[in-house]
Design a binder for this molecule. Structure first.
Ligand code: PEP
Length: 250
């Protein structure tokens, strides 16, 4: 049975004080969540340590939103994987479409990052997804398969077992447009098939999350799909009640 995960990507939102309050509210309400659903929150880097102090020992996981593509050194403004692990992170989001789109994050850079993250003991939440133009041209399967293969095929099976995949169609992120359950399921199944070509039966064990305007009103339908194992949540993760309501949708 695959792990069910609901992960909240706070992006560049909240002050440290607001983030600590939000984390406290999530921890408090996490008591309502079934034991087979894992909650993860991904605050901005500046919040990681104080939020770690809130979530430590509660079962709520802590994730970064990104990491550097080098281990250490003269890379002004970057945060290394061992720094993230050192403040209590167990996960890091990698390859979010906002990073690919606004910060020139390429598959090559993501290969560097994913290996560094795994070596530091972090589980990557690896994001893939097509943009609107690619979807309208019917190229979504090709685009997503290429993103999956270019990065994840560089891993060993042991490494792959620690990775969480998130399918996030760019046209659905922060737009209020959600992929239909049918659209999401067909591409999740395709990702799993592509993973199986390289990793065989392990593909059945990999958690694949859906992200893109997922909210309490649509989570149930999405999570009912056989290959959707949870959600990566942006906007709705900034309200503890909505985030928890999504996690209660399994
Ligand atoms: C995201 O950015 O990962 C995301 C899914 O955002 P939203 O839920 O706001 O569409």
């Amino acid at each position: 049975m695959r792990k069910h995960i609901v992960a909240g990507n706070w992006k560049m939102n909240t002050t440290v004080a607001e983030g600590v309050e939000l984390a406290k509210a999530v921890v408090e309400k996490s008591a309502e969540i079934p034991a087979d659903v894992k909650l993860i929150i991904a605050p901005p880097h500046t919040h990681l340590y104080p939020v770690h102090e809130v979530v430590e020992g509660t079962g709520v996981g802590l994730s970064a939103q990104n990491c550097a593509d080098h281990e250490k050194g003269a890379f002004t403004g970057e945060i290394a994987v061992n720094m993230l692990a050192g403040v209590g992170c167990e996960y890091t989001i990698l390859g979010h479409s906002e990073r690919r789109q606004y910060y020139g994050e390429t598959d090559e850079k993501l290969v560097e990052k994913i290996h560094l993250a795994l070596a530091a003991g972090l589980s990557p939440i690896f994001c893939v997804g097509e943009n609107l133009e690619e979807r309208e041209a019917g190229r979504h399967f090709d685009v997503v398969n290429a993103q999956v293969k270019n990065v994840l095929n560089t891993l060993t099976a042991e490494e792959m077992a620690k990775v969480i995949v998130a399918y996030e169609p760019v046209w659905a992120i922060g737009t209020g447009k959600t992929a239909s359950a049918e659209q999401a399921q067909e591409i999740h199944a395709e990702i799993r098939k592509t993973l199986a070509e390289k990793f065989g039966a392990l593909a059945e064990e990999i958690t694949i999350l859906y992200g893109g305007s997922c909210k309490p009103s649509n989570a149930k339908e999405l999570f009912a799909c056989p290959d959707i194992d949870g959600g990566l949540i942006g906007g709705a993760a900034l309200k503890a009640d909505d985030f928890i309501a999504i996690a209660l949708s399994f």
